[in-house]
Design a protein around this ligand. Sequence first.
Ligand SMILES: [Zn+2]
Ligand SMILES: [Zn+2]
Length: 262
Amino acid sequence: MFVDSHCHLSFPELHDRIDAIRAEMADARVERALCICTTLEEFPRVHALATAHDNFWCSVGVHPDNEGVAEPSVDDLVSRSRLPRVVAIGETGLDYYRLGDRSLEQMEWQRERFRVHIRAARATGLPLVIHTRSASDDTLAILGEEGARQVRGVFHCFTETRAVARAALDLGFDISFSGILTFRNAEELREVAREVPLDRCLIETDSPYLAPAPKRGKVNSPAYVPYVAAKLAELKGLGIEAVAEATRANFERLFGLPALAR
Ligand SMILES: [Zn+2]
Ligand SMILES: [Zn+2]
């Protein structure tokens, strides 16, 4: 059985057909999923998914790419994180990929938002779900400055170098691989995946985006996470069941969930 450590089931592409998605998950033996929050405005819908279904949990956070949305305070995050079935803070982090004509100095709001999330994680003890793109130096530096080692978390949808993976692992963070692992041009990422110890690996879909091969180009869903597991198993020279079991156990440990009865 498999778990999807990062999906966006509150997005309309998936939310509008949640019963069908759940049936596809069951058919694919995807037993659990973490529903990721990207704005405070979205949080009630994300949280409702986690309270309505006993195999869904959720996070609370504001994605670094989201502008023109409510800016969270530490209290905004902490108060929501105390609700039942909220098990993580995020997704949060830094994304300099869409700078446009802005300078890095002009992205201070993003760094400040990231610090707020780390402080909320420290206040609650919940793990962080980190999104980092074209910004790994600042991401790692701010995690260090804010004492994130004390709460740990995961670098989700990892696409960085082996040096960044090593630094994240050294900070006590796990690494989550998505369907990108199956993309033809991702050989460097596959090298990283070969090196990350299996007991520090998670798997995810980041659905509705990034459907893995052979579903590439379709709307992604948690039901496709076994394709990520299969690729990781191939890279590690293991059976898919061993990878499913390890990533499930890592997921339960990181997010403090009861072990799945088998
Ligand atoms: Zn992300
Ligand atoms: Zn995401």
